[in-house]
Design a protein around this ligand. Structure first.
Ligand code: URA
Length: 240
């Protein structure tokens, strides 16, 4: 989703300021309705008409990215840190990340300009499974795993049922490698869940997003999703 005046400006029809003028003058329609509010958010699925001319939509594109650690999941950063979009300098589409991974988390991240699919994939209702592999402090026990599976209280709300299993004990003898699959996307959810069971996360990676994984990619690399993968992703969100 982006602000209406930005969508108009980026379509090359007018400067941001002129776009704002068109909006407040009542010369802009979103899905057939005149919109005069400057803050209105639109997505790629909305039809925007400016002075009778529909703004050109980009064809929807979908990328699967292996996010390295030390990269921020935003399109720009005021502290000058590397962002995920720095890896897509050659890509001319106005893509943005679907959901987020923490600065120090690596792993699978989708980027798209398809606002509709972005909205759906990030909505907990659609329950897309995300699998994380975490190196956590200490030796995780069977009761800890059960607690993670059954749900723990974070920020005053219990987490939904999850899958959790020990992958292997950590090489240093003081940690455990644990796989955790969740379908919610609450803020820092995985780290908070492990905090609750007394095993803080030392290293975190997201290995799977629904049926998609990182096979064939190294950190910093990306690939376009294949048409059948896009269809499958859409199906994941259409059946509910
Ligand atoms: N949960 C976290 O705590 N961090 C992430 O980056 C993703 C999920």
């Amino acid at each position: 989703m982006e602000r209406l005046q930005k969508a108009i400006a980026q379509a090359g029809i007018a400067s941001r300021r002129r776009a704002e003028m068109y909006i407040t003058n009542g010369e802009v329609k979103v899905n057939g309705v005149v919109v005069k509010e400057l803050g209105t958010k639109v997505s790629a699925s909305d039809t925007v008409v400016v002075k009778g001319i529909e703004i050109q939509k980009e064809e929807p594109v979908y990328y699967l990215f292996y996010k390295p650690r030390g990269v921020i999941t935003t399109v720009s950063d005021d502290k000058g840190r590397k962002t995920v979009l720095d890896f897509f300098e050659d890509v001319e589409y106005r893509i943005y990340p679907v959901g987020r991974l923490d600065y120090d988390t690596s792993g699978i991240l989708l980027l798209t300009n398809d606002g509709d699919l972005d909205n759906k994939l990030t909505h907990p209702k659609y329950e897309v499974d995300k699998t994380y592999v975490a190196k956590v402090k200490g030796t995780i026990t069977i009761p800890d795993l059960k607690q993670l599976r059954d749900g723990v209280m974070i920020d005053g709300k219990k987490t939904a049922k999850a899958s959790a299993s020990l992958v292997k004990p950590g090489d240093d003898g003081k940690s455990s490698i644990v796989s955790l699959t969740i379908h919610e996307g609450r803020n820092h959810q995985v780290k908070k869940m492990f905090d609750v069971v007394g095993h803080p996360v030392q290293k975190l990676s997201r290995t799977d997003y629904g049926f998609l994984n990182l096979n064939g990619l190294t950190p910093g690399e990306y690939r376009r999703l294949k048409p059948h993968e896009v269809e499958q992703l859409k199906k994941l969100t259409n059946d509910k």
